[in-house]
Design a protein around this ligand. Sequence first.
Ligand SMILES: Cc1cc2nc3c(=O)[nH]c(=O)nc-3n(C[C@H](O)[C@H](O)[C@H](O)COP(=O)(O)OP(=O)(O)OC[C@H]3O[C@@H](n4cnc5c(N)ncnc54)[C@H](O)[C@@H]3O)c2cc1C
Length: 452
Amino acid sequence: MRDGSVNIIGAGLCGSLLSIMFARRGITSNVYERQQDPRYSRPSAGRSINLAMSARGMRALRHAGLLAEVEPLLLPMRGRLIHKENGATELQPYGQRVDEQIYSVSRAGLNRLLVAAACERHGVAMQFSQEVVDYAPKSGGLTVRNHDNSNTYTISHSPLIAADGAGSRLRRAFSADSYISPAESQLPHSYKELSIPAGPGGRFRLATGALHVWPRGGFMLIALPNPGGDFTLTLFLPNDGPASFAALDSATSVSRFFEQNFADVMPLIPDLTATFAANPVGILGTVRCRHWHVGGDLLLIGDAAHAVVPFHGQGMNLAFEDCVVLDEILAQSAGDWDSVFRTFEHKQLANANAIAAMALENYVEMRDTVRDPGFLLRKALAFELERRLPGTFIPRYSMVMFHDEIPYAEAQRRGALQQALLEELTKNARSFEDIDLDAAERYAEERLAADL
Ligand SMILES: Cc1cc2nc3c(=O)[nH]c(=O)nc-3n(C[C@H](O)[C@H](O)[C@H](O)COP(=O)(O)OP(=O)(O)OC[C@H]3O[C@@H](n4cnc5c(N)ncnc54)[C@H](O)[C@@H]3O)c2cc1C
């Protein structure tokens, strides 16, 4: 039977939320985090500064009784504001209902709130500056270094929950031919963050209410607003080649690149070349595992189990969904940890693989396809079919971002069918007026009804 306490490695977004859900269920957790306590320290450099939160993340916060507290940190974004090469802009709404928007949230602010709620309201024992430096899968022994005094100590108590992020030391202790069989595939593109400071009186210097995108084919720049009136910019660029991080190796090449590609935003970034040289380049990749648990002794969760590239804005949302799924299994199970972890893997593995694939596809959409008139035509028809066939036709983007009741794997499957349909219905159309909407509705209903 399940009893005793649980060790969680990592007090990031996933580990801290999970510890709160455990506490609400009467399960004691001991959390070990290598960073200092975020309530009293500055966030470490090199992590994404803000994140897009959508329905799955909001549902998890509601489930943990935290949504009302987090809401003041959220800045709504109703769509993508596309910045074209000629300086013109175009808003592409994400959805068509009033509540179909996503939210920019500060990673550090959210993490601080979760840690404070865990420690101060739920009595979670979080130990900071404690880094797991070694894990032996065979014995289950974990070696931790206390950075306050440089001593090391071991923990052998299970279960262990590894919420230690994309570079998880616990996951990396398993070889490719182990039961877990982890695989990391790095994207040949990386990212760098820059910033647009607030104007006088905290005024935003780009339009608010949207996620800004400068799609340039092989690469892109995006901007998300922060509550202080500033924007965090993220440049996504190939590692090598003519337009790449490798090619931007001098102040002159950086200035020329921004003049050629992002002339409208360049004057808003102070000390562009110095900041560009100073800020780190972050790598991007996907983590896939064959299994996420070892009996009832260890579970990988969040990015440790399934890091995804950030182009669908779903990594945190998925990690938060993991917490809800695990908590719901615990609510219904009096079984042991082995059966809880097994059920969790059974429910979430296919979903994680689905969003990993959709996130990779979305990179091409954001940096390139959004400029294609055919894409805009299909998007307009998708919205029209959603209006005419509510519940039957839901654009894939909306299923992922706004419909937390639809599992990612289901969104991927239905999305593929709908995409084929949209391509068929628009193949001879030059504009929206060329489409016989009544016929399209009948055809879509017939094709999709059988599938639901
Ligand atoms: C550029 C970028 C943009 C992103 N944008 C979005 C977005 O818009 N929307 C979205 O939903 N997701 C986004 N993500 C993904 C999101 O950041 C992650 O999915 C999320 O942080 C996962 O949470 P986690 O708790 O699993 O991992 P993390 O947040 O990485 O937390 C892991 C924790 O474990 C600790 N830790 C690590 N190793 C050890 C160790 N050995 N010992 C002890 N502690 C350890 C770390 O210090 C950290 O606190 C983005 C990611 C990137 C890189």
